[in-house]
Structures are given as structure tokens and as C-alpha cells.
Design a protein. Structure first.
Length: 534
């Protein structure tokens, strides 16, 4: 048995208790959630937030609702600023180990506290997911995996009392020491490389050295698509570095990165690669079995496009995971709520709040999360739909961000609705695209919506999308009143996704967290994407 298989076996064995616990919890999510809430309140009764909101007097869910209001980042930000200045026992009784940068749809940075409890909560969900995955695909455990967890970001210049940024990816997964080195195909040190091109080169170099790659886990599918797109341009240099064990521009790399990517020479692997096609990833990694990525809502189209490039590889839709916490995990072919991790609540369209065990099949809800890092009744902003039940626990599908709405003339287009309309139009026209964005434009003092999409798509796609959007009565009325013109189609080159990522990272978002939306209210996308126009 190779080193990666040994490491994976040990890791999976350590996660078996969490898997058994999760399976039991699925039968009675309310009992599990009551225990989670009780522990969170008891452990943090003495922190400043707990004292302010009378945690010591909370005996029931009704007490919880009465004493702790719903929150968002703006309401918690003053507390987080106190943590950043070095105060202890602010939102939690335990120390805050790091502040993790993340961003919402506006692009403004948020700093999320990270504690040992939060890491345990993540592991309580990741462990069952991985055990279930390996039960479905046993060969995945026989080789290394690539996890994109903390993407390449620039080092933060701020000097705060609490470190900003992720720790090692291996620690996040519960892997440490030699186990992590042999099981992970990409070293955590790559997170220190801020240049996107350099980060892609180094990632590809590490992956090409691991011919036995079995699992790839990324966030947005375009992350992997763009990585594969870069292969042909780097091909000769990559093969040379695989053969020598060196790395181009090694002298310019941080010492930790240089030590991680400069390894032993592999002339045999280099000879093998010279006979292969860099545009055929399945020939480069013939044992690759599963790619885990976002595949719901606006990620569905690029995930489908990725699947066509990887025939025979299972594309597993990732559960709803965020920097703030984990809402659902892939399990038994569905995505049940992570009821052993955080305390979860859900708000319906009328603003009523429900617990996990009260959700209805087909219902749509906005997620409210309480975690061991001090996010108390935090409104995450994600909209989910209950699509099934696993035992008695709801399985949810991500629909989009709740605040994604464009309303120029009263049409009230919401992102989740637009996502479904674009999907239906693409299916009706028997076409696919890796990038699709609907946005308003003004021409001759008249507003209309334009679909900006990659590829030489047919003209009738615009007409079909217009028909799908008219299922919204507000949109239909605006067209009948001539307030809105019909849909136009703007074709883009295959550089559209790359260009969009560059725009968003230039605005301060981290590469791995950029979620290309299906709807934007900005009217200037033609100008912003001018370099990609066909």
C-alpha cells in the first residue's frame, strides 16, 4: 500500500466515529440540534456577548429567540473589531485563532473569527462526507487528493493582534504531519503565492508529479477549468521541471513555497508526459475518479462544461460550505443539513424562522447559522430549497444569494429565478456555456437586459430566455408596457470567466471565493467585458 493510501486509511478511520454520529443524528435532527445549541450557549455564557444577552438564563429555544436577535456582519462588526484589537472573550469564551477574510456579493471584505470549536464543527461534517464518498468510490482512498481550500492571496499588510488568513489546508481537514504530505497533492504553502499565473503553474507542477491523483476538490468549477486551460501554454516548462525536480523562477518564490515545490526528479514521469496530450486531462491523471465542486444555481453550467472535459469522472456537487460554516454535505446522494456541526435556523419569505426539523419539502428558506466562532443567529444570505429528506433530516439545494435582485422598472428579477430561466433556455436550445451573466443595458433611453455568455451561441437563445423570464408577471408587465426591451445576446470569448475573476480579485475578493453570478444590476458590463467581446 502506498503512502497516500496509508494516510487516507488512517484519516478515514479517525473519521468513522463522526460518520456513525452523523448517521444517527439524521434520524432525529431536532435532538442533535438541541444538543448543539445547549453546548454553544453553556460554553460561551461568560464571554462579553453571552453576558450581554443573558446566555446563563437561556433554558429553551424560546428563551434563545427572545434574548438573541438575528444578526448580520454589520451588527457583529463592532464585536469583531474588538477581537482584532486583541480583546479576549468577546464573541466566544475560547481564543480566536485567526480572522478569515471573506466577501459578500458587494465585494466588501469581512473578517470571520476562527476558533478551535469552529474547526471541530467543520470536521464533524467533512469526516462523514469523506467516509461516505469513499464508500461510494473506494478507489479514491488509494491515492492522493488535491484540495483547493485557501486560494492564492496576497499577504495582508495589516498588523492586527489576531492573524488574518487561513492556516494550513491539512489542518483544516484534520490531516497533520507526514499524513498531510503524502495524502495531499498540492502543498498548503501555495496559498502564499499571490500571482495568479505563478500559482497556476506551481499547482499544475505539483499535480503532474502525482500520476495517481484520485480526487479533486475545488470551489467554483471554473477554478479547475482555468487550471486545465493553462496546461498547454506551460507544457514544455512543466515537463522539464518534473524531470529535474526543480521549478522555474524558484529564486523568486518565498522560501516556504520553494521548499514545498522543489522535490525529487521524476525522469520516468516526464517521459510519460511527453507522450500525452495536455488538452486531455484524463490521460494525465488516469486514476482520477471524483471532482467535487459547486454545481448548483449559477455554477451548474460551468460544472456541466467541466464534466464534458472529464468523461468517466464523477462530478459531485459540493454541499453548501462557506467560510462562516457548513450548512450541508454530500451524503447518500443528497445534501442533508450538517446537524452535528452548527445550530441552524431558516427564515421563509414571510420572515418566520424555523428549525431544521420543521422545514417542508419544496420550501425555500434563507439560512441563519450559529457557530462556535461567535456568529450568533447570523443571517448568511444564502437561499436554499428542501429537495429531499435523508432519514428525517432535510436535504437542501443552493438556489443563490437572497439579495441578488435587479429592479429597474418594477420587474423584480431575482438571481435564483434568473438562474433557472437561463438553465431552461440553454437546455431548450441544446447548448451549454461556462459563463452566463444577465445584466441591464440602456440604449436610446430604453432599458433592456443582455445575456453576456461565452461561445458562439445561437440567436434564438435570447428569444427563449425572454420567454422563460416572462414567467415572472412583473417582468412580463414591464415588457407589455414597453418599459423594457427584449433580451439581447452578447457573445464572449472563452476568456470571459478569466476576465471576470481578474475583475473581482482586483476589487479585493479572494480567487477561490469569487462566485460568478447569473444576474447583476450593474449596467456597464459591456464596457467591463470589452476585451472578451466576439
Amino acid at each position: 500500500m502506498n503512502a497516500a493510501a496509508l494516510s487516507n486509511s488512517a484519516w478515514l478511520a479517525s473519521n468513522l466515529p463522526a460518520w456513525h454520529r452523523f448517521r444517527r443524528a439524521l434520524r432525529d435532527p431536532e435532538q442533535s440540534q438541541r444538543a448543539v445549541l445547549r453546548q454553544l450557549v453553556a460554553r460561551n455564557a461568560d464571554c462579553a456577548f453571552g453576558q450581554t444577552h443573558g446566555f446563563s438564563a437561556i433554558r429553551s429555544y424560546e428563551d434563545w429567540v427572545e434574548r438573541v436577535p438575528l444578526s448580520n456582519y454589520e451588527s457583529l462588526e463592532p464585536w469583531i473589531e474588538r477581537i482584532a484589537r486583541g480583546q479576549s472573550s468577546v464573541l466566544t469564551s475560547e481564543p480566536v485563532l485567526r480572522l478569515l477574510p471573506t466577501s459578500g456579493s458587494t465585494g466588501a471584505r469581512k473578517l470571520i473569527p476562527f476558533t478551535a470549536s469552529l474547526q471541530r464543527e467543520f470536521n464533524a461534517a467533512i469526516g462523514p462526507w469523506m467516509v461516505d464518498l469513499c464508500r461510494q468510490h473506494p478507489t479514491v482512498a488509494l491515492g492522493p487528493a488535491y484540495w483547493s481550500i485557501s486560494p492564492a492571496i496576497a499577504l495582508d499588510p495589516e498588523r492586527l493582534a489576531v492573524p488574518i488568513g487561513f492556516d494550513k489546508d491539512s489542518a483544516y481537514l484534520g490531516l497533520r504531519g507526514r499524513f498531510a504530505e503524502s495524502a495531499l497533492a498540492g502543498p498548503s504553502a501555495l496559498r502564499l503565492v499571490s500571482d495568479i499565473e505563478a500559482a497556476r503553474y506551481l499547482t499544475l507542477l505539483c499535480l503532474l508529479r502525482r500520476s495517481g491523483l484520485r480526487l479533486v476538490s475545488v470551489w467554483h468549477p471554473s477554478f479547475l477549468t482555468l487550471l486545465l486551460d493553462a496546461l498547454p501554454g506551460f507544457w514544455r516548462e512543466l515537463i522539464s521541471d518534473v524531470a529535474s525536480g526543480e521549478c522555474r523562477d524558484a529564486a523568486q518564490l518565498p522560501e516556504a513555497v520553494r521548499g514545498a515545490v522543489c522535490g525529487r526528479s521524476q525522469p520516468r514521469r516526464a517521459r510519460e508526459l511527453r507522450e500525452l496530450d495536455p488538452t486531455d486531462p484524463c490521460s494525465l491523471w488516469p486514476r482520477l475518479r471524483v471532482v467535487s465542486c459547486w454545481a448548483d444555481a449559477q455554477s451548474a453550467w460551468p460544472a456541466a462544461a467541466l464534466a464534458t472535459r472529464l468523461p468517466g469522472v464523477t462530478i459531485q456537487p459540493k454541499g453548501l460550505l462557506a467560510t462562516e460554516g457548513v450548512i450541508s454535505v454530500p451524503f447518500h446522494g443528497h445534501h442533508p443539513l450538517a446537524v452535528c456541526s452548527h445550530f441552524l435556523e431558516f427564515a421563509d419569505d414571510a420572515g418566520r424562522v424555523w428549525r431544521s426539523g420543521e422545514l417542508k419539502l419544496g420550501g425555500t428558506y434563507r439560512v441563519i447559522i450559529t457557530t462556535g466562532s461567535g456568529l450568533w443567529r447570523y443571517q448568511l444570505g444564502d437561499l436554499v430549497e428542501v429537495d429531499a429528506f435523508v432519514e428525517r433530516t432535510p436535504s437542501v439545494k443552493f438556489l443563490g444569494r437572497g439579495q441578488g435582485v435587479s429592479d429597474l422598472c418594477g420587474e423584480k428579477l431575482a438571481e435564483e429565478f434568473v438562474t433557472r430561466a437561463i438553465t431552461a433556455a440553454l437546455q431548450a436550445c441544446a447548448v451549454n456555456t461556462a459563463f452566463a451573466l444577465l445584466a441591464p443595458e440602456n440604449r436610446d433611453s430604453r432599458w433592456h437586459y443582455t445575456l453576456f455568455a461565452e461561445g458562439n451561441l445561437p440567436d434564438h437563445l435570447a428569444l427563449k430566455l425572454d420567454q422563460e423570464l416572462q414567467a415572472n408577471p412583473h417582468y412580463e408587465l414591464c415588457q407589455k408596457l414597453d418599459q423594457l426591451g427584449g433580451i439581447e445576446l452578447c457573445r464572449l470569448t472563452k476568456r470571459a470567466t478569466e476576465h471576470y475573476l481578474q475583475l473581482k480579485t482586483g476589487e479585493g475578493q479572494r480567487l477561490g471565493e469569487v462566485k460568478p453570478p447569473s444576474l447583476s444590476a450593474r449596467p456597464d458590463w459591456r464596457e467591463r467585458l470589452r476585451d472578451c467581446l466576439l
